[in-house]
Structures are given as C-alpha cells and as structure tokens.
Design a binder for this molecule. Structure first.
Ligand code: MG
Length: 219
C-alpha cells in the first residue's frame, strides 16, 4: 500500500510492519502481562494495512476483536545497528495506526506459546493515517493519543508514558533486523483496549500527527 505524505505529492510504499507490545506499563498490567526488559516485537503483514475511512472486518470465528491505537513511525531510509543519536535521521514521519487484534484468538495462542500472526494479521487489521513529516513533530514522545468508539472515549493517554523513546526503539529494532524504506513501526498501545462490534465507528487521533476514522463490519 502507498502511504500519502502530508504536504507532499510523494508517497511511500509500506514495507514491513513491525509492531511492539507492552511498551506502556498500564496496558501491560491491564492484560495481566509482565513488563518486559525489552519490548515484545512481532510482525504484521503489510496486506493488513488500509487507509482512513475503510472498514475493519471482524473475522468469522472471532468473538472478541479489540482496538489498539498506536503511534506509527515510518522509516525513510534503510539502516542497521542505528545508534540512538542518529535514529531520527531515518524517520520519514509519523502516523496513527490501529493494531486491531482478535483478542480471543491471541489469548488462545499465547496460552499455547504460539505466534500471534493468526490474531494480528487479518486483512483490514491495520488501518493507518497519512504520514505527517517528522519535521513537524518536534517531540514524538510527548503527544496526546486518543481513541473513541461511537464518540465514547476508550483510550486517552500520552506517548510520554511509553517506556522507550522513538530513537531507542529504532536503535533496538535495527540492532537485530535491517530497517528498510517504508517500514512502519507500530510503537504499542496505551491502556483502555476493548472490544469492537459490527456497526461501531472508531475515531483515533494523535496530537499533531493526524486522525483516523473507520467503521466496523462483520468480515
Ligand atoms: Mg499493539
């Protein structure tokens, strides 16, 4: 999928979608997960991405699909073993992403020690906004992040509660896998995750970065 960059006629093709989990302490606690020393990392297929305004499909066979609003970092150029001090040179910009999760499926996979792809990788499970150029976001670790469902506030936090800085995250990931142009890093969700049902309308907003509005249908 081509991601639009605000204020530019340029687009950037989304490549790997690298997701972090348990990066906000209160969210780890609400799901009863230990807070790890390093972020938990998993991949979502880039086929799960879709744009603002499209429909999130609840998979047949899942009774509990959750929203997770997250700050996404879009990578401009490739690199490996990127030092923290230089990490922001690799950033094209930031976006709002929903890491939609079939929580019932994920819980079953977790209990068996199995990978999460079948809970996280469904088509439509990665709505993402346009990309706000990084120059316009002086501090990505100080942004209000909020999600409402049908106008009701479900998640309302600030990226300052993330336990790692964006440069630390980029340095950590590039330390074990080469980052490539177009990679999207979903930096994890704050507390307040909860279920979506067909007919719901989600509205996500990250201060200065943008908004993302989607509806939910039975897939
Ligand atoms: Mg997530």
């Amino acid at each position: 999928m081509e991601l639009e960059v605000i204020g530019s006629c340029e687009t950037i093709r989304a490549n790997n979608v690298i997701c972090l989990a348990r990066t906000y302490r209160k969210h780890a606690e609400e799901l009863g997960n230990p807070v790890p020393e390093k972020p938990v990392v998993f991949l979502k297929p880039n086929s799960s991405l879709m744009t603002d305004g499209m429909e999130i499909g609840i998979p047949p066979g899942s009774g509990e699909v959750h929203h997770e609003v997250e700050l996404a970092v879009v990578i401009k150029k490739g690199g490996r073993r990127i030092p923290v001090e230089r990490a922001l040179e690799y950033v094209m910009g930031y976006a709002v992403i929903l890491d939609i999760t079939a929580r019932d499926i994920q819980s079953e996979l977790k209990s068996k020690g199995l990978p999460w792809t079948y809970a996280k990788g469904w088509d439509t499970f990665g709505p993402i906004s346009k990309v706000m150029p990084m120059e316009r976001i002086p501090d990505p670790n100080d942004l209000n992040i909020k999600l409402t469902v049908n106008g009701e506030v479900r998640q309302d936090s600030n990226t300052s509660f993330m336990m790692y800085s964006i440069p630390e995250i980029i340095s950590f990931i590039s330390g074990f896998m080469t980052l490539q142009r177009g990679d999207v890093i979903a930096t994890g969700t704050p507390e307040g995750v909860g279920p979506l049902v067909a007919g719901d309308r989600t509205f996500a907003e990250i201060e200065g970065v943008g908004t993302l509005e989607n509806s939910v249908v039975q897939g």
